[in-house]
Design a protein around this ligand. Structure first.
Ligand code: NI
Length: 174
């Protein structure tokens, strides 16, 4: 596995609509493994392929496996999600504000309103259909990463952005 360079604004790849994946080949598997390693090295809790200059619909997320594990901050109960061609099929009308950062926008944080719960569908890294439901911070991460696939950055949605006095909490960066 290889740590790939993470591109930052204003690199145009971050503004492109990424194309759907159609081939579940060796090249895709290498991309996914590299994205997981790159996310961990950053460190971050999510990464979208355009952030490593690949304009394809691939996201990886590593976060607590459950809200219970999150509340306990139990580092041993984290899980990696890989979703290819992800789509939000249902979103709760309830929204929640939260402070986000992004690995592609260094040293900026912002307050963003996100759906409290989202239902996703997509494909596994082997091309099998998958569905998942995410709530809270995990739902926020998925919404942030799917935005990346559509060329949308959190600063487009933020009600206000600012330069934090100290570095944003590392686990906030996606
Ligand atoms: Ni991001």
């Amino acid at each position: 596995m290889t740590i790939r360079p993470i591109v930052t604004v204003p690199n145009p790849v971050l503004r492109r609509k990424a194309r759907p994946v159609t081939a579940f080949d060796k090249r895709l598997q290498i991309l996914i493994d590299d994205m997981i390693e790159t996310m961990r090295a950053a460190p971050g809790v999510g990464l979208a392929a355009p952030q490593v200059s690949v304009s394809e619909r691939v996201i990886v997320v590593e976060y607590y496996e459950s809200e219970e594990a999150e509340a306990a901050e139990d580092q041993t109960r984290k899980k990696v999600w890989v979703v290819i061609n992800p789509e939000i099929v249902k979103a709760s009308p309830e929204t929640v504000m939260g402070v986000e950062g992004c690995l592609s926008i260094p040293n900026v944080v912002g307050e963003v309103e996100r759906h409290q719960t989202v239902h996703l569908k997509g494909l596994s890294r082997r091309g099998q259909p998958l569905r998942l439901k995410a709530t809270g911070w995990l739902a926020r991460i998925f919404q942030h990463e799917i935005d990346h696939l559509n060329g949308v950055l959190f600063t487009d949605r933020a009600t206000r952005v600012w330069l934090p006095e100290s570095q944003a909490k590392q686990e906030d960066r996606v």
